[in-house]
Design a protein around this ligand. Structure first.
Ligand code: ZN
Length: 184
């Protein structure tokens, strides 16, 4: 038995079989996402580090089909969610950051976009085959805010003690993301 989230397939195969993938995986299994979360948590005092951060779940549902009647344009619809541990940039305390991405994507290139009447976002693939897991990971990385902060002001303890330098516009996720893009 393969694992549809991890198996490398072509978009055409997935669309032709009407593949539906429901999953719930540990964030530690998403290498790049885990590296970003880890990099962010490194700013915490060791005693504040959430010990189970790698076990936090990434869940979602992906559904593959065709966007056109000729069955030439594979598309993906779905939703992925995660609540990785992150450091609030206001109070500098760890918290569970809710992330969600709604996906409605045409799996192809700019050329195929012109062939669809539907207003779908294009997800360009470098190779013919891909792992749905990599797409999920990329979508969640893109959904990360520039600066993680408590959503609920009542929970947030307000500005932390470590005051950043004047003019220091630190955006940890942005920095980590661009660093990873350079490495790729
Ligand atoms: Zn906070």
């Amino acid at each position: 038995m393969g694992n549809p989230l991890r198996d490398r397939r072509t978009p055409l195969e997935l669309a032709a079989s009407g593949q539906v993938i429901e999953f719930s995986e540990r964030i530690g299994d998403f290498e790049r996402l885990a590296a970003i979360v880890q990099g962010d948590l490194e700013s915490l005092d060791p005693d504040k580090l959430p010990s189970g951060w790698r076990d936090s779940l990434v869940s979602g549902r992906l559904s593959f089909s065709f966007a056109d009647a000729q069955n030439e344009l594979p598309m993906l619809e779905g939703r992925v969610t995660a609540t990785p541990d992150a450091v609030c940039q206001r109070c500098l305390e760890p918290f569970e950051m809710p992330l969600a991405a709604d996906l409605r994507l045409l799996l192809g290139d700019a050329e195929s976009a012109g062939m669809s009447d539907d207003d779908l976002e294009i997800w360009e693939l470098d190779k013919d085959t891909f792992r749905p897991l990599d797409l999920v990971e990329e979508a969640l990385i893109m959904a990360m805010p520039y600066a993680a902060m408590h959503v609920d002001d009542d929970v947030c303890r307000g500005p932390g003690e470590k005051v950043s330098e004047p003019g220091d516009k630190t955006r940890p996720f942005a920095a980590l993301k661009s660093q990873m893009e350079r490495e790729n």
